[in-house]
Design a protein around this ligand. Structure first.
Ligand SMILES: [Zn+2]
Length: 229
């Protein structure tokens, strides 16, 4: 994002004082300005306060669930940024181009974007099942069933029957974070609690588990992009 590609949506208000900025979508800034404020003045004010304005856009991407899935927003897949674009397409609903890191959604299915994204990401999330089987085998855990669900309250869980459930949202996180969650749940197969022994085992399998936990606490919210029902 830079100042040249910024679109402005101007609203004049009767309130006096300084200009008021908020993010409308990925490249539009909503500006509330007192009556009679000139466009030049607004442009100047924005460039003077560019650090602040830029931060608004950053938090729009990072801190809040993606609003309305506007054209051009960033999403994450295995920790890497991908761009969402709407495009006129023949007979396909969506298409991911890895060279462009772009996920194209059919323009006329724009209203279905949420379910199409869920379809795309849950398909990709099948990888987590394979990864979980692999890590279980590598570290001698006996795992029963592996479920993938759109859970937003937790990243994973483990039942007494040895079933592991992973959140589909995990497919958006970097690989090290995915492994941390999977190993965490696998460790529960041996220790059904968060005891010292549990953490000692986890530490052995993921020496950086504290960093990974902190990453999720800090950035995890931004990955949960769908509205909760
Ligand atoms: Zn746990």
């Amino acid at each position: 994002m830079n100042i040249e590609e910024l679109k402005l949506e101007l609203k004049y208000t009767s309130r006096r004082g300084s200009l008021c900025y908020s993010v409308k979508d990925h490249n539009t800034l909503a500006v509330k300005a007192p009556h009679g404020t000139s466009m030049d003045y607004i442009r100047e004010d924005i460039s003077r306060n560019w650090d602040k304005v830029h931060k608004l856009f950053e938090s729009y991407y990072l801190d809040s669930p993606v609003r309305g899935f506007a054209d051009g927003i960033k999403l994450f897949l295995m920790g890497a940024e991908i761009i969402l674009r709407y495009k006129t397409m023949d007979s396909i609903a969506f298409h991911f181009n890895p060279d462009e890191n772009t996920l194209y959604i059919a323009k006329d299915l724009q209203n279905e974007v949420e379910s199409l994204l869920k379809c795309f990401f849950s398909h990709k999330a099948e990888y987590l099942r394979v990864r979980c089987r692999y890590l279980a085998m590598q570290h001698n855990f006996r795992v029963n069933r592996i479920n993938l669900r759109w859970v937003s309250s937790k990243w994973g869980s483990c039942s007494v029957k040895g079933n592991v459930t992973l959140s589909n949202y995990l497919i958006m996180a970097p690989k090290a974070i995915q492994d941390y969650i999977i190993l965490h749940e696998l460790c529960h197969l041996r220790h059904m609690n968060h005891s010292k022994d549990f953490y000692a085992l986890l530490q052995k399998l993921d020496a950086q588990y504290k960093e990974h936990r902190a990453w999720l606490k800090d950035k995890g919210r931004a990955l949960r992009i769908f509205h909760q029902k």
